[in-house]
Every structure is written in C-alpha cells, then in structure tokens.
Design a protein around this ligand. Structure first.
Ligand SMILES: NC(=O)C1=CN([C@@H]2O[C@H](COP(=O)(O)OP(=O)(O)OC[C@H]3O[C@@H](n4cnc5c(N)ncnc54)[C@H](OP(=O)(O)O)[C@@H]3O)[C@@H](O)[C@H]2O)C=CC1
Ligand SMILES: O=C(O)[C@@H]1CCC=N1
Length: 263
C-alpha cells in the first residue's frame, strides 16, 4: 500500500515543496492527503494536479507524516483536528512558530520546524531545520533527505531560525524588488522592458554564480567591476547616497523580528 503523506495547507509554500517531491518520486501522488480551507481551492488543486484535496481536516491527520503549511495566524484553528490522527511526524513550515508551541498544540506528534523558501519549486531552495528532541535519528535523516531534494539543507539551533528565515525565506522578495528596480533603471536608460527584465535576472544569477564558484568576498567582486572614474563607481555612489546597504540590513532585521513576533 502507498504510504500516505498529509498536507495541511496547500498554498504557495507547500506547493513549492510538494511538486518537486512528487516529480522526484519521494512522495507518491496517490498517497497525498491534502487539506485546504475553501472548497474552491480544493476543487481547483484536485483537478489541476490530480491530488486528493479535501476541506475535512481529518483526511490529512490520518497520515503518519504531516506537512503543516497554513499561515501562523491559522494555527490555532487547525490544531484540534490533529487529535483525530494517531500521531507521527509533524513538519511545520510556519514562520516563527516554535517547537515548544508545536509540541504543546500537537501532543503525540514528533515535531520538526522547517524554514524553506520558494526557490524550492525549481530545486534551488534553502531549508533550515530544527528537530524536537524526541525525533529519532532515522526520521531526522529522512526529513533531511526530503528537503535535500529541493535544495540545500542546514540544521541549526532553533534560536537561529528567525534570522535564517529573514534572509532566505523573505529574501526572495527582497531580491525580486532589486531585480525589478534594476530593470526599471535599464528601461529608463532606453532598453525595452522584456529585455531589461531578462538581463536583470541573468545579472543577478551570474553574479551569484561568480561569487559562489570563485568563493569571492562580495567586496572583491564590487572592486573587480569598478574602474577608476568609471561607470560602476558612479552608480555605487548613488546607491550609498540612497542608503541601499542600510535599507537591506534593516529589511532583514525587520523580517527576523516579525518572525519572532509570530511565535
Ligand atoms: N511563502 C513563502 O515564501 C514562505 C512561507 N512560509 C510559511 O508557510 C506557511 C504558508 O504560507 P503560504 O504558502 O505563503 O500561504 P498561502 O496563503 O499561500 O497558503 C495557506 C494555505 O493554508 C490553507 N488553509 C487556511 N486555513 C486553513 C484551515 N483552517 N485548514 C486547512 N487549510 C487551511 C489555505 O487554503 P485556501 O487556499 O483554501 O485558503 C492555503 O492552502 C506560512 O506559515 C508561512 O509562514 C515559510 C517560508 C516561506
Ligand atoms: O512573509 C511571510 O510571512 C512568509 C514567511 C517567510 C516568507 N514568507
């Protein structure tokens, strides 16, 4: 019989994780027991992806492994239904929600706090993991393998997960704003929009690949590109004047603080 895999909340994050896992065969399509809030979402997801998606929570909690991916504000509403199951492994991706709170709300479940990001959808994800003390070693390595399918996995002390989330999970939005603004600049300078967007994305991806593959400090790459009295230093001067570094630092700090508040 196909092992079942429960999913409580099949929104953007759960889909970004589940679809690559289905493609890789780590989770069997016919074993998925997903639960969402609205009939409209359930019907749409079931028809589009050929999955069992219900609005009756009991469907998911009978599985031995459950991925919990509702909004933190929806946690209290979904928790009581877990009592219908007989316990197992609970993998929560809820921002800020601590292992201690999960263990209180889900007695009988061994809890894992995972901090994934949406690039998982294209297997370029990052996941931070912290395990409840009662999760046995074989389950820990299974969870690590699961998330390794969609990118890089880092096991961290739980206290570091809010900072991890601020950089890696909220970070795609920060980077998207940078990409959009760079493209806007190129349009202002005369390039067509679609070309500007493509070039902005490739510039970000190429720069990241160069930093990683050559193990460069970001300052080295900045200096490599900046000729004396050249174009780059003229642009960098504007970035410093506008406080880009400070804005990014404060964005990451604000996201980490918000994650702690959501606990
Ligand atoms: N998006 C991201 O980049 C990241 C998100 N996270 C975390 O992932 C979690 C989900 O976020 P995200 O995917 O963006 O949110 P979405 O709003 O896209 O998805 C939420 C899902 O929960 C379902 N839901 C709501 N209430 C209930 C309920 N009572 N019972 C069952 N299902 C319910 C919704 O169903 P319906 O569609 O019917 O409303 C929907 O499928 C959050 O806790 C967030 O902190 C973590 C890292 C990154
Ligand atoms: O914005 C949020 O709350 C979620 C968690 C991290 C990314 N998105």
């Amino acid at each position: 019989m196909t092992p079942t895999f429960g999913v409580v909340g099949l929104g953007r994050m759960a889909q970004a994780l589940l679809f690559p896992l289905l493609e890789a065969g780590l989770v069997q399509r016919e074993g998925v027991r997903a639960v969402v809030a609205s009939e409209a979402s359930a019907t749409c997801l079931a028809q589009t992806h050929g999955l069992a998606v219900a609005t009756d929570a009991a469907a998911a909690w009978s599985a031995p492994v459950v991925l919990l991916a509702v909004k933190p504000q929806q946690l209290e509403a979904v928790a009581p239904a877990a009592a219908a199951g007989s316990g197992g492994l609970l993998i929560s991706v809820l921002a800020g929600v601590t292992l201690a709170r999960l263990q209180r709300l889900f007695p009988g479940w061994q809890c894992v706090r995972a901090v994934p990001n949406t690039p998982a959808l294209v297997r370029a994800g990052l996941t931070g993991l912290a395990f409840g003390v009662d999760v046995p070693p074989d389950q820990r390595s299974w969870v690590q393998q699961l998330f390794a399918q969609v990118g890089e996995v880092h096991e961290l002390p739980e206290a570091q997960l809010d900072a991890f989330l601020a950089l890696t999970s909220s970070g795609p939005a920060f980077v998207a704003v940078v990409a959009e603004a760079l493209a806007d600049g190129a349009v202002a300078a005369g390039l067509p929009r679609l070309l500007a967007q493509r070039l902005a994305h490739r510039t970000l991806a190429g720069s990241a690949a160069l930093l990683e593959e050559r193990d460069l400090h970001p300052g080295q790459l900045k200096d490599m590109v900046s000729s004396p009295a050249g174009t780059t230093i003229a642009g960098l001067r504007q970035l410093e004047k506008a406080g880009l570094r400070s804005a990014l630092i404060e964005a990451v700090l604000a996201a980490a603080q918000r994650s702690r508040e959501l606990a």
